[in-house]
Design a protein around this ligand. Sequence first.
Ligand SMILES: Nc1ncnc2c1ncn2[C@@H]1O[C@H](COP(=O)(O)OP(=O)(O)OP(=O)(O)O)[C@@H](O)[C@H]1O
Ligand SMILES: [Mg+2]
Length: 384
Amino acid sequence: MENNFSLSETRSVSGENIIELVDVVKCFDDDTVVKKINLSIKKGEFLTILGPSGCGKTTTLRMIAGFEDATSGKILLEGIDVADKKPNERDVNTVFQSYALFPHMDVEKNVSFGLVEKKVRKSEISERVSKMLKLVMLDGMEKRMPDQMSGGQKQRVAIARALINQPKVLLLDEPLGALDLKLRKQMQIELKHLQKSLGITFVFVTHDQEEALTMSDRIVVMNDGTIEQIGTPREIYNHPKTRFVADFIGETNVFEAYLEEAGDGEIQFNMEFGHCRLPISDFNLEEAVYICVRPENLRITADETPNFRIFGLVKEHVFIGSTCKTLISLANGMEVKVTSPQTDALFPAGSTVNIYWKPENGVILHRKADRVYDIIENAVILEG
Ligand SMILES: Nc1ncnc2c1ncn2[C@@H]1O[C@H](COP(=O)(O)OP(=O)(O)OP(=O)(O)O)[C@@H](O)[C@H]1O
Ligand SMILES: [Mg+2]
C-alpha cells in the first residue's frame, strides 16, 4: 500500500541517499518483526522512526548498525551492500537510551575511547575531545565520573563519544527517553542544533509523536513491522494516509461514513449519528470511508448548518493551558473532542450543539487503506 512511496524512492537510486533499506525482513524464530520494509535516508537529514512499543524500531536500527543481520533484503550504505561488514566497519555510530557509558572512566576517557582504540595521536585526541565537549556544552567536566552527572549530562557524554568518531550517520535509539519533560525538551533543541551544525545524518528512534514532529525533517511511521507512511512532519500530521497514522499522530476524531450521491457535485457522508455533505469527487458511491478531523479543526454551533447534521450533547470542558477541550457525546455514544482558544465562549454542559468543519480540514481515507480491510482483500485474492 503506502510503501509504494518509499519503493519508488529506493528505485531512483540517487547519490544523495546515504542509507537504503530494500525489502528488509527480520525474523526471530517464527516471528517476523520487520516485514519487507523499503526506506531511503538522505544525506544530512534528520529522520525519525516513530511507532508504538514493539513495532520494530530498535530492530531496524540494529540492522543498520550491524548488530543484527537482516533475514532477507539489502541494506546499502552509500550505495554499498553492508551485509558482510561488522558494526565497526560501518561509518555509523549508535547512541542508546541507557547511555552505556563506562562507569569506571571519567568523561574525558569515555569520550576519547574510540580514538584511543584507533591509536590516534595523543595531541589530536586531546584536541578533538576538547572540541567535542565544547560542542555538547560539557567543557570543564572532563574529570567527572558518570555517577556524578545528571541524566542529561550523561546523555551528552554518550553523544560526544559517538560523534567524536566523525561517523557519517548517527543512530539514536530513544536517547532522551530517561529524561524528565523539561530536560527532554531542552535536549531536543540542542540535538537538532547539533545535527544541523555538523551536517551528519541522524536516524532517531522514538515512540513520542510530539518529539518526532518537533525534531524531524522526515518521519517514518512504523506499525507492527511495516512502514505506514513516510513524510515531513507537516505531511504526516495534516495528510495521514492510514487510519493508524491519523490515530497515532496527535489527537483526531475518526468518523466512519458511507457515501451517497447528493446531486450538485456533492456527496453525502452518512454516519450512525447524522450526515454531512461535502464537495468531494474521487470516491466510489457506497464506499466506506473514515473522515478524520483534528480537535482544533472541529467547530461547534447552536445553529443549523446547511451541510452538517451532526448533533451532540456537551459533556464537559477540560482546560489545558491556552486552549480548552470540549467533550461532546454523539447519539451512538461516540465521544468527540473539540479544542478551542480559551477566549472562546463555551456552551454549557448539557447543551445540544451542531458539529461541523471546513471541508478541507477533514481527511478522508478509503476504508480499504486500513490494515484490517487490506487483510480481507489479500485473503480474497489468495482464494481466487
Ligand atoms: N533478540 C530478539 N529475540 C526475539 N524477539 C525479539 C528480539 N529482539 C526484539 N524482538 C521482538 O521484536 C519485536 C520488535 O522489537 P523492537 O525492539 O524492534 O521494538 P521497538 O519498536 O524498538 O519497541 P520499543 O518502543 O518498546 O523499544 C518485539 O516483538 C520484540 O519482542
Ligand atoms: Mg526499542
